[in-house]
Design a protein around this ligand. Structure first.
Ligand code: PLP
Length: 437
């Protein structure tokens, strides 16, 4: 048994001054139970906790660490900027242009870009720009997609109704909720119905082109193609939220895989190389409306700061030089095969979805294509599985509806260990269930 004495103590201490003891809710292990593990150090594919336990990390800080923790070249770039440049000026620097040019060249739909400090800021800003540009107020999002914690995005469809939204959180006003409409992922008819119901009122449709926040749920190609056609026809701004998928599934993001170009794109996570960076951008005629080129206001004291820019630039340069995507794909296939073989031997057939170095094992035998099928998963089984994996030195996301991320530092040894742990953890989970029955 691993001991978590230090983590338990830190958690008690944290709870006294930090709500729930964490600075972002899912870290608190609420959906799997138990005490969150406090981390002390990241090292390539590994995390080391406050008690000195070592885990193979499949969260990668929720997406940024496609190169693994503390990549020497990224660390060197940060150190160099820290020593010779500074951390922030509130005045423009060349580094900002470099990152903007890199992003724009890798994702050609992003003709112009604006740096911000998080994915949330990027999506909030993108819908403001879409509203300002179209002069319309409503947006359509998809149930099960996550776009950060901006008020407009914390709305789910009320049961049975696809029309007016109901806030998911106290503090989100009814007025805001009314401007957010929910459609069903991979279901173009649900979108068309809303567009018919609110003619000339929809400013933007925002979507994760590969769903990564209800587990991993890739969109169907025809669905995205039809969404693109609909937006063009109705003058609706199509926003791809690629905060997770940008530079993760391919250098050009999900849009390069599908060959479908949005009007605006939001980025985060990998683009900051582990420091806080977000970015939004797209069509020149839309982005030219952003202040001070245009009249739509958006600003940030620390936006584009040299430290974060250098981490992002070095990360993207490494991705361009090394093109790790084919290799990551092979690793994903290896893991998938191992997991599937384990399931076959144990007589279960859970749904496994993957795209590049994002993967999710859903504890359901249904094919997961949207929020409804994703939530057919048995989250109690996931919780048991999660703890059994943790005990075997594999750190997964402490919730079913998250992606498993891995990095270029996850080698054969780590993957093989993970497959063995998966076999034992699945077996334990199933045995426990039989005993209960
Ligand atoms: C993580 C995420 C966000 C929010 O980014 P933060 O940096 O956490 O604010 C938005 N959209 C998607 C698709 C994400 O995965």
């Amino acid at each position: 048994m691993l001991t978590h004495q230090q983590s338990a103590q830190l958690f008690e201490r944290a709870k006294r001054t930090i709500p729930g003891g964490v600075n972002s809710p899912v870290r608190a292990f609420k959906s799997v139970g138990g005490t969150p593990v406090f981390m002390k150090q990241g090292d390539g594919a590994y995390l080391i906790d406050a008690d000195g336990n070592r885990y193979i990390d499949y969260i990668g800080s929720w997406g940024p660490f496609i190169l693994g923790h503390s990549h020497p070249r990224v660390v060197a770039a940060i150190e160099k900027t820290l020593k010779h440049v500074g951390t922030s000026f509130g005045a423009p620097t060349e580094l900002e242009i470099e990152l903007a040019e890199l992003v724009s060249s890798l994702m050609p739909s992003m003709q112009m870009v604006r740096m911000v400090n998080s994915g949330t800021e990027a999506t909030m800003s993108a819908i403001r720009v879409a509203r300002g540009f179209t002069g319309r107020e409503k947006i359509i999002k998809f149930e099960g997609c996550y776009h950060g914690h901006g008020d407009s995005f914390l709305i789910k469809a009320g049961s049975g109704a696809l029309t007016l939204g109901v806030p998911d959180s106290p503090g989100v006003t009814k007025g805001t909720a009314q401007d957010t409409l929910n459609a069903d992922y991979n279901d173009i008819e649900s979108v068309k119905r809303l567009v018919r119901e609110y003619p000339n009122q929809i400013a933007a449709i925002i979507i994760e082109p590969i769903g990564g926040n209800m587990g991993v749920v890739p969109a169907r190609k025809e669905f995205l193609v039809e969404l693109r056609e609909l937006c063009t026809k109705e003058n609706i701004v199509l926003i791809f939220d690629e905060v997770m998928t940008g530079f993760r599934v391919a250098l050009g993001g999900a849009q390069s895989i599908y060959g479908v170009m949005p009007d605006l794109t939001t980025l985060g996570k990998i683009i900051g190389g582990g420091l806080p960076v977000g970015c939004y951008g797209g069509r020149r005629d839309i982005m030219q409306r952003v202040a001070p080129a245009g009249d739509i206001y958006q600003a940030g004291t620390l936006s584009g700061n040299p430290l974060a820019m250098s981490a992002g630039i070095e990360t993207l340069r490494l991705l361009v030089e090394e093109n790790p995507y084919p290799d990551l794909e092979k690793k994903a296939e290896f893991l998938e095969q191992g997991f599937r073989e384990n399931m076959r031997e144990l007589g279960v057939n859970y749904c496994l979805k993957k795209q590049g170095s994002m993967m999710c094992l859903f504890f359901t035998e249904q094919d997961v294509v949207d929020f409804k099928t994703a939530t057919s998963s048995n989250t109690k089984h996931y919780a048991a599985y999660f703890h059994a994996m943790l005990e075997r030195g594999v750190y997964l996301a402490p919730a079913q509806y998250e992606a498993m991320f891995f990095s270029i530092r996850h080698g054969e040894k780590e993957l093989e260990h993970t497959i063995r742990a998966n076999r034992e953890a699945l077996e334990l989970t199933l045995k426990r269930e039989l005993q209960k029955a």
